[in-house]
Ligand binder design. Structure first.
Ligand code: UD1
Length: 429
């Protein structure tokens, strides 16, 4: 199994270009199921999760061709099923539920079950789709859905759910009549999906607000133009923290700074100098890291997907920070591993108290989810000595060419595997 070796203590310098957003790619790939024909998608990141979604589409019957643009032929749906062996590896597979019901009138999707960051039920997805006329049965670990005709309806989500909003939106675009989604997610990735759907002929108003009004259309068509996925604000934020935690000077390129505002605000409070341009952000830190209190919230609040990375930074602050995780009940799995690097953190319910330390020390660490692993890499970049981050596959799910991009910023990182240490690390250890 691959691991990442990091020799810490080098301030990162330079420019890094940001890839397409994982969390926009997954719903957009699922949305290709809504219209026959060939879909072309540009800026799709090469990640384990996007290849899982492409293989799920393949199982359903849609061939894809990966090149500069990814081409997906959704002319034929052979099976309306997302099987357990794919869903258990990537819970976002549930995003095919709405599109399959809309296109075929039936769908069989394995229940995602629990995951490392909490229970993550899909009741809101089902509630919204039921309002549009779908009927569900749970059997053998699968959700079996059927619908004769989708009809527009009013849906009030009980909480803000990103993939829940996306699933119901993708069904509503082909429903008869008007659908109103209240308490809808406002994340940039939901807007990106909405724009992709509009490019296929969908009628959607209110993207970026908490009320979406969807006028159903009888059919959608694959757009002849390639659709370019928006830049990944979480990957972008992670590289900014890499600059901040090492006291470096990092410019992220090809981003939408507006989408990064909540993260930029916290990094500014932490003592970083930030310069924002049209599509790039430069971060420098020469002074101490200041303690900050952070509260995760749905967009436009501070993203839960940046919580672990910012916690790594605050481990080195002057003073005590408080981080409240409001989205997921069990998203502090990185804390016990940060402690192994010498951090001091207390947890009480959903509140983490981070007592800043003057330094971290390299260790072998292992995380159970994607962003938790990212926080350990960041800790390792700042730590004295060598850090080994095990289970690198978590990072491969969400960070394209991670070691290459970090290496280009001057980080001393290398991919190794159990029993094999890269030469540069073996020589000095
Ligand atoms: C998406 C993102 C994930 C991010 C999260 C929150 C993708 C592929 N993943 O996950 O990276 O961390 O948004 O920004 O886009 N909930 C329910 N019932 C439901 C749905 C959600 O109780 O039917 C709860 C969840 O358990 C959680 C909260 O609502 O506590 C928000 O979850 P949600 O926004 O749905 O997260 P995901 O869409 O799974």
């Amino acid at each position: 199994m691959d691991k990442l070796l990091i020799r810490g203590g080098v301030p990162l310098h330079g420019k890094v270009s940001i890839s397409g957003a994982k969390n926009a790619s997954l719903p957009i790939l699922a949305a290709t199921l809504l219209a026959p024909g060939e879909h072309r998608i540009a800026n799709l990141p090469e990640l384990v999760d996007t290849s899982f979604m492409l293989s799920l589409l393949g199982r359903i019957g849609c061939a894809s061709l990966v090149g500069k643009d990814v081409r997906i032929d959704a002319s034929r749906i052979a099976y309306c099923e997302a099987p357990y062996d794919i869903v258990r590896k990537m819970r976002a597979s549930v995003l095919v539920l709405g599109p399959l019901l809309a296109r075929c009138g039936e769908a069989h999707v394995s229940l995602p079950g629990g995951c490392a960051i909490g229970v993550r039920p899909v009741d809101q997805h089902l509630k919204g789709l039921e309002a549009l006329g779908c009927r569900f049965e749970l059997e053998g670990g699968y959700v079996h859905g059927k619908v004769d005709r989708l009809r527009g309806a009013e849906v009030d989500f009980d909480m803000v759910t990103v993939t829940g909003t996306e699933n119901v939106l993708m069904a509503a675009v082909l429903a008869e009549g008007t659908t109103v989604l209240r308490n809808a997610a406002r994340e940039p990735e939901v807007i990106d999906l909405g724009q992709f759907l509009i490019g296929m002929g969908a009628k959607i108003q209110g993207l970026g607000t908490s009320t979406l009004v969807i006028e159903g259309v009888p059919a959608l068509r694959a757009s002849p133009k390639p659709y370019s996925i928006l830049p990944d604000r979480i990957e972008a934020g992670t590289y900014l923290v890499a600059g901040a935690i090492t006291g470096g000077d990092v410019t992220i390129e090809g981003v939408r700074p507006d989408d990064l505002q909540p993260t930029l605000h916290v990094l500014g409070q932490a003592g970083c100098d930030i310069e924002v341009d049209e599509s790039s952000v430069r971060l420098r830190r020469s002074g101490p890291i200041c303690a900050v209190d952070v509260d995760t919230q749905p967009h436009p609040g501070f993203p839960t997907d940046m919580q672990a990375q910012v916690m790594a930074l605050l481990c080195l602050a002057e003073g005590t920070s408080h981080i409240r995780e409001n989205i997921f009940e069990n998203r502090f799995m990185h804390v016990s591993e940060l402690l192994r690097l010498g951090a001091r953190i207390d947890i009480a319910g959903n509140l983490a108290t981070v007592y800043g330390q003057p330094m971290l020390k390299g260790a072998t660490v292992m995380a159970t989810d994607l962003r938790a692993s990212a926080s350990l890499v960041l800790g390792g970049l700042a730590a004295e000595g060598t850090t080994e981050v095990l289970r690198l596959y978590h990072l491969d799910r969400g960070y394209e060419r991670l070691e290459e991009k970090l290496g280009a910023l001057g980080a001393r990182v290398a991919r190794g595997s159990e029993g094999r240490v890269p030469a540069a690390f073996a020589a000095a250890s």
